[in-house]
Ligand binder design. Structure first.
Ligand code: FO1
Length: 306
C-alpha cells in the first residue's frame, strides 16, 4: 500500500529482493487533480516512473531530464502554472485523460501505462471512482495539491476531508490481492492523506483485518518528524501526536509488525503495548543499499524470504 515518493523509494529496494512481477502496489488516488483539462494522478505516476527507472530522483516526482516549455507557454496565455507539469510528463496526463474519456477505467489506464514503460509490478489505483482529498485550513478548504504545492503547506490545518470516500469502491483486484497475498506492506507514506485515504475506501480496512498474510508497516515519522511532506502538520491539525507510536496506533487493528527508525527506539515499548511486534532499524533511504536493507527488514518481519 503506497503513497508517493517515500513508498516509491522503498519499492525500488523491494523489487531488488523479490521478483518484481510478484509485487502488487495499491496506490493512493486522493491526491489526483484535474488541471488544464487533464487528469493528473501524482502518486500513480511517481510509483510508475520510479519503478520504470525514469523518475527525477532528486525531486522524487516527474521524469528525469524533463523540460517545461509547454507550462511556460501556458503562462504566456495567462494560465496559473503552480503545478509543475513537464513536457514528457504531460504525455502521461494527455494519454490518461484521453483513455478515461474513451471509457477505460483508471485501473486499465494505469495498467497500460506501466506496461508501456516496462514496469513488471502490478499497480492498482485504490479506486476507479472519484476521490479527492481536501484540507480544511485557517485560509479555507482547499484541494490537497493546492495546500501542498500552491501554498507550500503553510496554512494551519483544521481538518481533512475525503470527497467521494463514501461511494468509492476498491478497484478491481484490490481486495483479491489483499486476500491472496503472502505478505502485506504498508509503505512509509503519509498516514492521513496517503494510507488513510486507501483505508477509507469501502472494504479495504476490513480486508486487511481479515487477511491471512502478515502485515508490516514502516513508519514515515523519524525522530518526531516526517522524512518528507506535511505529515506532521496534518497529524497535529487532527490532534494527533507526531510520532511513530501515533502512526502505529492508526493501524493497530490490522498491523502485525511495525518497523521504526533507530532514532525512535525509545517508543518500542509503547508500540508493543498496542499488540504489535516492533523492529528498530535505519529507515532513512539515502542509497540503494538503504532501500534494499529496509526491504529485507520488511520481508523478515513478514517471515518471508526474497
Ligand atoms: N510536487 C511539488 O511539490 N511541486 C510540484 O510542482 C509538483 C508537480 C508534480 C507533477 C506531477 C506529479 O506526478 C507530481 C508532482 N508533484 C509536485 C508531487 C506531488 O504533488 C506530491 O508529491 C504527491 O501528490 C504527494 O504524494
Amino acid at each position: 500500500m503506497a503513497g508517493g515518493v517515500g513508498a516509491a523509494r522503498f519499492l525500488q529496494g523491494l523489487v531488488r529482493v523479490l521478483p518484481e512481477e510478484n509485487v502488487t502496489v495499491i496506490v493512493n488516488t486522493g491526491d489526483d487533480i484535474e488541471l488544464h483539462g487533464l487528469r493528473i494522478s501524482p502518486d500513480i505516476d511517481i510509483v510508475t516512473y520510479t519503478l520504470a527507472d525514469i523518475v527525477d530522483e532528486e525531486k522524487g516526482w516527474g521524469i528525469k531530464g524533463d523540460t517545461f516549455h509547454c507550462l511556460e507557454f501556458l503562462k504566456r496565455y495567462g494560465y496559473e502554472a503552480w503545478f509543475n507539469l513537464g513536457d514528457m510528463d504531460l504525455a502521461t496526463h494527455i494519454s490518461r485523460t484521453r483513455l478515461l474519456r474513451e471509457g477505460l477505467r483508471l485501473s486499465e489506464v494505469t495498467d497500460r501505462h506501466r506496461r508501456a514503460l516496462g514496469v513488471k509490478a502490478r499497480i492498482l489505483p485504490m479506486t476507479d471512482d472519484r476521490f479527492e482529498t481536501y484540507v480544511k485550513t485557517n485560509a479555507g478548504k482547499m484541494h490537497f495539491q493546492e495546500y501542498l504545492v500552491k501554498r507550500g503547506s503553510t496554512d494551519q490545518v483544521l481538518g481533512v476531508c475525503f470527497e467521494g470516500a463514501e461511494e468509492a469502491k476498491p478497484s478491481q483486484g484490490v481486495l483479491e490481492s489483499i486476500e491472496s497475498s503472502d505478505g502485506i506492506i504498508v509503505c512509509p507514506s503519509n498516514p492521513i492523506v496517503s494510507i488513510g485515504t486507501i483505508l477509507s475506501v469501502g472494504g479495504i480496512r476490513e480486508a486487511l483485518q481479515e487477511a491471512s498474510a502478515r502485515i508490516v508497516g514502516i513508519s514515515p515519522i523519524v525522530g518526531g518528524r516526517p522524512v518528507k511532506g506535511p505529515a506532521d502538520k496534518l497529524m497535529e491539525g487532527l490532534g494527533l501526536e507526531v510520532s511513530a507510536h501515533a502512526v502505529a496506533d492508526l493501524y493497530k487493528d490490522f498491523l502485525d509488525a511495525f518497523i521504526i527508525d533507530n532514532a525512535d527506539s525509545g517508543e518500542c515499548g509503547r508500540i508493543e503495548g498496542l499488540g504489535i511486534d516492533v523492529i528498530a532499524t535505519n529507515t532513512v533511504m539515502r542509497s540503494m543499499l538503504d532501500k534494499i536493507s529496509l526491504a529485507e527488514a520488511a520481508l523478515k518481519a513478514l517471515r518471508m524470504r526474497g
